[in-house]
Design a protein around this ligand. Structure first.
Ligand code: URA
Length: 436
């Protein structure tokens, strides 16, 4: 079977069969498909689409392209959450210990920053000593003993996705519903989960910038995931503004610690976190309904149990045992800290959240090319939210930068990305819809 014939079939809008999809996935892993051929098929799928059956075949083939984890004899349900990517989205960091504190087991294989979006693995690497690539036996032991561990994607888990994703990233073929579906689910199914809560981000800071695309992606992921035997539910959540107060790696770890300790919980961030955690507890049979789940989750925060789980996870993976108590002793701080003044008085009515994510990358908090080293201390804190009234000169956010020049560029970028006007504005619910 020739690769070019498979590409031709998709180019002409025909559905691929199992043998063709398996040939492609094998070619991704053994290198028998060239970069040009992988890119061409990606673009053909992007333009022509894929039916549900093809998406299921692609998901399954990519999942089986490497190791598939098993969790025999676990005392509770094995659960996870995945977000399609946003700005300031640190939900995984609080969610894993909260669900673990309520009896779930969360073996979370998280991603790195991608494009304008931040990545959980990069954020965790802001913690000195924290290993995001532990030995598989240690990962297994920590999940069993503590209930959660968050690490990075290992080379042997869905390797076909790893190669295909890297090519899609540089060929403008990320935003395809069947390709995102297969990419996310192949990794999650390979992690051996029972239940998955999906957070489909929608808005100016998300890959799905329209509610229709978010709905299509949610339906596709739920259909393909349940077809593969996964208990799954998707929430569509708003990403038209920075989630929480901070965006940037060490800054988001600081916000996570404040959240877990109860010092500061930004209401929209708290709502998304509780909503996703509640879905996980219900999927895992740990709560009868989401209302009961929320009571348990709030108790895990109030008692300090979730904070303790986070602390124990950090220590078990090589980080400092007293991070919660002494964050300043460990987390990087940028040398230049400047307010971003509002250029006029009025209401904050819109944010180009993608541009804010790109401003974090510009500051050095993300990568332009895969080999870039991240500056952990940079980013933004104290971000104001849509609907807030601002006086002229009042800070919209605070920039943390490596130099005065970088700070000045970031200030201009945020002023440009934020719309302050006198116009009407109405609050949008943070959870825009549910599927599954
Ligand atoms: N996240 C993934 O893991 N894959 C995609 O294709 C998009 C977001």
């Amino acid at each position: 079977m020739l690769a070019q014939e498979i590409i031709r079939a998709k180019r002409d809008g025909r559905a691929l069969d199992e043998a063709q999809i398996q040939n492609f996935v094998r070619g991704l892993v053994d290198g028998s498909w060239s970069e040009g051929q992988v890119a061409a098929l990606g673009m053909a799928v992007f333009l022509r689409g894929m039916g549900r059956d093809e998406a299921v075949l692609l998901t399954r083939a990519m999942m089986n392209s490497g190791r598939v984890m098993r969790w025999p004899d676990m005392p509770g349900p094995v659960l996870d959450k995945h977000s399609s990517g946003g700005v300031g989205d640190k939900v995984s960091l609080m969610l894993a210990p909260m669900v673990a504190a309520c009896g779930g087991y969360v073996p979370m294989i998280a991603g790195r920053g991608l494009g304008h979006t931040g990545g959980t693995v990069d954020k965790l690497e802001a913690i000195p000593g924290y290993s995001t690539a532990p030995d598989p036996a240690l990962f297994d032991r920590i999940v069993r003993n503590l209930g959660c561990a968050i690490i990075g994607q290992t080379g042997d888990l869905a390797p076909a996705d790893k190669r295909f994703y890297a090519t899609r990233d540089v060929t403008a073929t990320v935003e395809s519903v069947p390709l995102i579906t297969a990419s996310i689910l192949s990794k999650k199914l390979a992690a051996g989960l029972e239940g998955l809560a999906m957070d489909i981000k929608c808005g100016s800071g998300a890959f799905c910038d329209t509610p229709q695309m978010a709905q299509d992606l949610a339906e596709s992921i739920v259909a393909v995931g349940s077809g593969a035997g996964l208990k799954i539910r998707a929430l569509i959540t708003d990403m038209n503004e920075v989630l929480g107060f901070d965006a940037g790696n060490a800054l988001e770890i600081r916000e996570t610690l404040r959240y877990l300790k109860g010092e500061q919980r930004e209401p929209r961030l708290h709502e998304v976190t509780l909503a996703l955690c509640a879905e996980m507890l219900v999927l895992g049979g740990l709560a009868a309904d989401t209302a009961a789940a929320r009571v348990k989750l709030q108790a895990s925060l109030d008692s300090g149990a979730a904070a303790e789980k986070f602390s124990a996870m950090v220590a078990a993976l090589g980080g400092p045992a007293d991070l919660l108590e002494r964050p300043d002793a460990y987390l990087a701080q940028a040398p230049v800290v400047r307010a971003v003044p509002a250029l006029q008085a009025g209401r904050l009515t819109a944010m180009n959240t993608r541009d804010i994510g790109l401003a974090v990358v510009e500051l050095g908090g993300g990568r332009r090319v895969a080999a870039d080293k991240i500056d952990m201390g940079v980013g933004f804190s104290e971000f104001r939210h849509l609907g807030d009234e601002l006086a002229a000169g009042e800070p919209i956010a605070v920039v943390h930068a490596a130099s005065e020049d970088a700070a000045a560029r970031a200030i201009a970028a945020i002023q440009q990305a934020c719309t302050i006007s006198q116009g009407a504005w109405s609050a949008q619910p943070i959870v825009m819809g549910t599927v599954g």
